[in-house]
Design a protein around this ligand. Sequence first.
Ligand code: SF4
Length: 326
Amino acid sequence: MEKLISVSDLFFSIQGEGKNIGKPFIFIRFALCNLSCDWCDTKYSWHKDFLDFKTYTLSELLKNIENLSREKHCRNILFTGGEPLLHQDAIRKIMNALPTYFFEIETNGSIETELPFDQINVSFKLKNAKTRTYTLKILPFIQSNDSSKGNPDKGNPDKYAYYCKLQNSAANASDLLTVSFSDTPSSVVQRFRSNFAIFVTKSYLSGFPKYVQQNDGQSRDVQNKFFQDKNIQNRNHQIDDIRHKNFLRKNVSYKFVISHENDILEALNICEQYKIPLKNVYLMPEGIRKEAVLERGKWLKKRCRGIGVQFTPRLHILLWGNKRGV
Ligand code: SF4
């Protein structure tokens, strides 16, 4: 059975942020994310309450991309999400099928990749994102459309349907693991009440070698150890060496979402610690309303001047507000 690719949005617009701001792109917004940021403006791509995506076969997706490309005279593709690097298999195939296109990606920087993107925009999350640490049991991902496997809660049709949708969707990402609060059906309900993203990748978890269970069909409780390890507790606010190496390429920009003065200090500390050249760093005002972006943007633009980093607005918010597919 052909693997399906989960996409929340597929549209043509202009890049609203960062180095290629204003340039035309075909946006492919993949579903699912391995983080859960408080101020995320695309929660419909991953959050249980808003989740919305379509599934495509590779050939269907390519056909849609090529139609848009012809119609809009555009050969630039922007992979975004959610976290697009959860879908590397699909991305690789798209890149191979369209060798003359320009490929840019927006990623949270937590997942390794060796794909040859033309431009990588890493948006590391600062403390203001309040993204949460995983505290869960890790189960090997079951690559199957058989929804009876790992059935979480057949007694609750809504939750069960949601679970199946995710399972089905994740079947295209060969190295995904399923993360759940517990393997007992009743406690899986908690998972649906949580804001936690459901999937993480093996490569991401390989940063936790002591605790990650190999794909041997066994589950293993990592919760207590997880919380006892300070490095892991602080992980959401750090860039580790693995990530840094991974993204230390010429064509990488680093983007930090800034709400307050403290965020600037945190971002600069990260840049200093990991020797990120400031010429590749963009600070962007947090906000999903035009007024908030304008007000914070005026302040932030002035702050950027004095410290040698670039300022980027959120052009799409300024032009269209917090609308989807623009
Ligand atoms: S990493 Fe990006 S898509 Fe994922 S929750 Fe955070 S802001 Fe949203």
